[in-house]
Ligand binder design. Structure first.
Ligand code: SAJ
Length: 439
């Protein structure tokens, strides 16, 4: 005889409230691992599940590979068995809650790659049963939870909102952010049914400071896409402003700084060499892919994507023109790149425009070297480049290009010793010199 829906929800709510609920996190990356720590620190017994044996072994040794999870936080939780990692999905059968935080990359065709979500849900479904709460956190198109995940879990005898509960909650982790972290970033959560939303909100409120329930999974999915599409489009706007100002001989950086004095109704974004990272260049195309199916062209996203995608070419043209002014062709010139990570003070090169710029320069016959204190080596187009000592290279290069403005670069020293500088980040805003060419 089936337990009544209300009782199933009540039993699960009780386990969550008294923290006896066994919490599972699928995907132990920069989203999943901090989340696992938050719930383990709140007193839950947490099992992390990942397909990579090496990651699981490292975590069970108390060694962290995520910059926002220090070893001295992880180790005690592993030693006290509050957190354990495994590759064995059969543990799902013993869990009361399951968060899915796996990658959602784009294919080369700019179509969503849902394979990680599908695989995680297939494994979950194999060991699924009544009384569980499942929450998808991976950034995805609106409708994913309802159209893709729900049918993989629901059966004639197990109805969502009655025998199990399903929500979506966007991840808002900002790696390396000193002020905002998993505990204090407001957590949006929306369920397939009101009972799902209620349990999702109850779950997060045990470990996180601020929970924001919304009416459905689609609303929660769309919240994330609005947040990151907003950034991508505004970066595209300011990059287009940079192209306009360049043509009109206006200093776009001065324009932005002065506009930013407006105390309301304006938010500064800054031009750059292009759009990198695993969120901003990717997430909006999950939305435009879905809206296309609904017969609506996401024109802002497409246009901003085009403009941001043009910036590496614009930078290479600027380098070519700057060398030209010094009677030097790109071909045969030594060009030294400062910073290849996709943004300052991190070590991630995913979608970094620096890689595009290097390839474009090499194809024009330049000899390209780079320095980046966070990135010892890069692989591109089948060959490897290694970060070199900036000092010697800066003095020797025909042109030095600031692509990522890490704080640790000695900008005064570079301004003094470089023959020619192309600055894509206004890193030399306090230096006036004919040899410095700005975006
Ligand atoms: N960029 C510009 N101009 C800007 C801001 C960024 O060219 O004014 C470039 C960066 O150099 C980088 C790319 O855009 O190549 C993305 O930069 P980002 O600052 O958006 O950093 P991300 O990709 O780490 O974005 C993350 C996002 N966090 C989540 O998705 C949870 C984003 O929502 C955050 O707003 C952002 O961090 C942040 O503020 O740090």
């Amino acid at each position: 005889m089936q337990t009544s829906a209300a009782t199933v929800a009540e039993i699960l709510a009780e386990k969550i409230t008294n923290r006896t609920a066994r919490v599972g996190i699928i995907g132990l990356g920069y989203v999943g691992l901090p989340l696992a720590m938050a719930f383990a620190k709140a007193g839950f017994s947490v099992i992390g599940i990942d397909v990579q044996e090496s990651k699981v072994a490292q975590l069970n040794r108390g060694e962290s590979y995520i910059q926002d999870v220090p070893g001295d936080i992880l180790r005690p939780l592993v030693e006290s068995k509050k957190f354990q990692a495994t590759t064995d999905f059969s543990v799902v059968g013993t869990l009361d809650t399951i968060n899915i935080a796996v990658p959602t990359p784009l294919r080369k065709t700019k179509d969503p790659d849902m394979s990680f979500i599908v695989s995680a849900c297939q494994e979950t479904a194999k060991h699924f049963g009544p009384g569980k709460l499942v929450i998808l956190e991976s950034t995805t198109y609106p409708g994913t939870t309802d159209e893709l995940v729900l049918p993989m879990l629901e059966t004639p005898r197990m109805k969502v909102g009655e025998q199990f509960f399903l929500c979506f909650s966007p991840e808002r982790v900002d790696p390396g952010n000193p002020n905002f972290n998993t505990l204090n970033i407001p957590k949006v959560v929306g369920g397939i049914t009101p009972a799902c939303t209620k349990l999702g909100a109850l779950f997060y409120s045990q470990a996180l400071e601020n929970v924001v329930p919304v009416s459905s999974t689609s609303v929660a999915e769309m919240v994330k896409l609005l947040e990151n599409t907003f950034r991508m489009i505004n970066i595209g706007l300011v990059n287009e402003m940079a192209l306009m100002c360049d043509r009109m001989g206006i200093n776009v950086w001065e324009v932005i700084d002065a506009a930013a004095t407006k105390p309301f109704g304006f938010m500064p974004f800054y031009p750059g060499p292009g759009l990198g990272g695993h969120c901003i260049p990717i997430d909006p195309f999950y939305l435009s892919w879905k809206t296309k199916q609904a017969g609506i062209e996401a024109r802002f996203i497409e246009l901003a994507g085009y403009i941001n995608g043009q910036m590496p070419h614009f930078v290479v043209d600027k380098i070519q023109n700057a060398l030209n002014e010094h009677r030097k062709p790109v071909k045969g010139s030594h060009i030294h790149i400062l910073g290849v990570a996709y943004k300052r003070e991190i070590d991630d090169v995913r979608e970094s425009p620096a890689l595009d710029i290097i390839l474009l320069l090499e194809r024009r016959g330049a000899r390209v070297t780079y320095s980046d204190p966070y990135v010892p080596k890069i692989r591109l187009d089948g060959h490897e480049l290694f970060s070199e000592d900036g000092g010697a290279m800066v003095a020797e290069a025909d042109c030095v290009v600031v692509v990522t403005d890490h704080a640790s670069f000695d900008y005064a020293g570079i301004a003094a010793s470089a023959k020619l500088i192309v600055d894509t980040r206004n890193a030399f805003k306090n230096h006036a010199s004919a040899k410095i060419v700005r975006l």
